[in-house]
Structure formats: C-alpha cells, structure tokens
Design a protein around this ligand. Structure first.
Ligand SMILES: Nc1ncnc2c1ncn2[C@@H]1O[C@H](COP(=O)(O)OP(=O)(O)O)[C@@H](O)[C@H]1O
Ligand SMILES: [Mg+2]
Length: 211
C-alpha cells in the first residue's frame, strides 16, 4: 500500500483557503484520489474543542506559550488519531492550515522564537512534513477586503492589527523562499478562476508523481 500524500493550505485570513478547499477536493476526486479534508486547529472532537478555546474570546489574554502548546496539543490528537492512520492506509489528506501557520502566527505574529516551535514540531511530528504546501498569498488590503465582505464575527486572530498580519505574511513568504520545492506560492490576489487553474496544475503534478 502506497502512503497517501499530505497537502496543506496556508495563508492569512481572506486569501481563499476555505473557498479553495472544496475545489482541491473535487479536483483530486476527479483524478481518482481518495482524499480526506480537514482543518487545524481541529479535525478531531478534542481538536475542535481546543479550536474553540483558541479562536473564541473567553481567553483573550491567553499567554503566547499557552496558545502555542494548545496548537500542538490539537495537532498531536489530529496526527495520532486521524492523519497518520489515513496516510498509512493510502488515503490523501488535505488540511486547511498546519505547522507553517504555527511558525507564521505564533512565531512571526506573536514573536515566539522559531527554535522553540521547532522543538515541538520535532516532538509531535517526528519527521512528518506535508508533501506539498500551497501558500495562497495576497496583499493585506486585498485579503482584509474579502474578510470584511464575508461578514462573520471576528475571531481572536482576525482582530489582530495590520502589523501582526504583515509579520505573519512575511514569515510565510520567508519559509516559502527557503523551502521552494515543498511550499508553492500562488498569487491569490487574482480572480478565483486564475487561482484555480494554478491549483489544478499543482494537483495534476502531484497525482502524476505517484502514478
Ligand atoms: N480569488 C478570489 N477572488 C475574489 N474573492 C475571493 C477569492 N478567493 C476567495 N474569495 C472570497 O473571499 C472571502 C474569503 O475567502 P475564504 O475562503 O473564507 O478565505 P480564508 O479561508 O483564507 O480566510 C470569501 O467570501 C470568498 O468567497
Ligand atoms: Mg478559512
């Protein structure tokens, strides 16, 4: 049994991760791939409860280390109970955010040193990394314009200031520059159909690799 591929979708709020998740799912299904779609933080019952703690406003003053550790607690559950068994059985996993988001938000945004995040990454993931990470990238004003149109209440991260997201975006782009073969940057400021033609091409490449 061939191990499944692990694909993650990254980017600041409003770049189109959720909108493109279903599209990626359909694209892979059409090519005969069995794929499970999930998100972080979350993806398990316990993980979704941790997500509610992280994104809600009941704990607005949460310490940065608490935030980081909760992210990895949810991730340990997700990996142990869902992601690893599914990949081992040959299923593909498509995840809305993963550890690159931890580096970008808790590292770049909150200022936790990357070295400390790397300790937890090693502990929780061992050598497991996404096979491909799609970084949807757009300037802040474009992304924020879309978030305001979406109209939902702001979560604990969305209410951060522009400076926070500038650092998050820079961290994402820096990681992509250092790992260009894993992290593929897609210009998400363009129309949805232009973004999706890039995504189709990326998925076709991945499927061809394993056939
Ligand atoms: N390329 C695009 N062009 C125009 N609008 C888009 C594009 N991608 C997403 N949107 C819209 O922007 C909003 C935010 O997208 P969403 O997928 O929720 O972003 P994210 O999950 O990254 O926060 C949604 O209303 C969505 O329909
Ligand atoms: Mg989303």
């Amino acid at each position: 049994m061939k191990r499944g591929r692990f694909i993650t979708l990254e980017g600041i709020e409003g770049v189109g991760k959720s909108s493109n998740l279903a599209f990626l799912h359909d694209t892979l299904k059409q090519r005969g791939v069995d794929v499970w779609v999930t998100r972080e933080p979350g993806g398990t019952d316990l993980g979704e409860e941790i997500r509610a703690l992280l994104l809600g406003h009941r704990h607005d003053g949460m310490a940065h280390d608490t935030e980081l550790l909760l992210m990895f607690a949810a991730r340990a559950e997700h990996l142990g109970r869902e992601i690893r068994p599914r990949l081992a059985s040959g299923q593909w996993v498509l995840c809305d955010r993963f550890t690159d988001a931890t580096y970008a938000y808790q590292g770049g945004g909150r200022g936790i040193p990357g070295k400390r995040i790397a300790v937890l990454e090693e502990w929780v993931q061992g050598s497991l990394r996404p096979d491909m990470t799609i970084l949807l990238d757009a300037p802040l004003d474009v992304a924020f314009g879309r978030v305001s149109q979406r109209g939902a209440a702001q979560d604990r991260f969305e209410k951060e200031k522009e400076d926070f997201f500038t650092k998050v975006r820079q961290c994402y782009l820096g990681r992509a520059a250092r790992e260009p073969s894993r992290i593929r940057v897609v210009d998400a400021a363009r129309s949805l159909s232009e973004v999706q033609s890039d995504l189709t091409r990326l998925m076709a490449g991945l499927v061809d690799e394993v056939r």
